[in-house]
Design a protein around this ligand. Structure first.
Ligand code: MG
Length: 161
């Protein structure tokens, strides 16, 4: 049996003049996420979960935020790089479950688009990708609208021959 589980977490500050991209989907919002790359917390958390499940460290080791190569990078490239590494190790993604933690904007309407986008990027049926959105009930920096965080968990198994 070769089943591996991986967990990922990320948080970025909300700021004016930044785009809000979650799971590869651009979302209408007054504030966006600040970061060295495009600050897509969802793809960062999923990439970290994939690397973790494969025993390949974390996203910071592969894509240091001090490296000018990754300035304003499309986070899809991080995810695709991690998937390529999995392929060389003979591993395939079973399913992905995601918690997006944001006070604003309301993400209900975007969840379906995010689910399909992530399924597309990973090459999974959408029913193997689940997106949950929750608030912090106004508590703490996320509740005060200063940041958005994301948790992701993935299951890997041996790739089919
Ligand atoms: Mg990040």
């Amino acid at each position: 049996m070769d089943i591996r589980i991986g967990i990922g977490f990320d948080i970025h500050r909300l700021a004016e003049g930044c785009r809000l991209i979650l799971g590869g989907v651009t979302i209408d919002s007054e504030l966006g996420l600040a970061g060295h790359s495009d600050a897509d917390v969802v793809l960062h958390a999923i990439t970290d979960a994939l690397l973790g499940a494969a025993g390949l460290g974390d996203i910071g080791e592969h894509f240091p935020d001090t490296d000018p190569n990754w300035k304003d990078a499309d986070s899809k490239d991080f995810l695709l790089h991690a998937l390529q590494l999995l392929e060389t190790w003979g591993l395939a993604v079973g399913n992905v479950d995601v918690n997006i933690i944001a006070e604003q904007p309301k993400l209900g309407p975007a969840k379906k688009d995010i689910r399909h986008r992530i399924a597309d990027l990973i090459g999974l049926d959408p029913d193997r990708v689940n997106i949950k959105a929750r608030t912090m009930e106004t508590l703490g920096p996320i509740g005060e609208g200063k940041a958005i965080a994301c948790q992701a968990i993935v299951l890997l198994g041996s790739a089919p021959e």
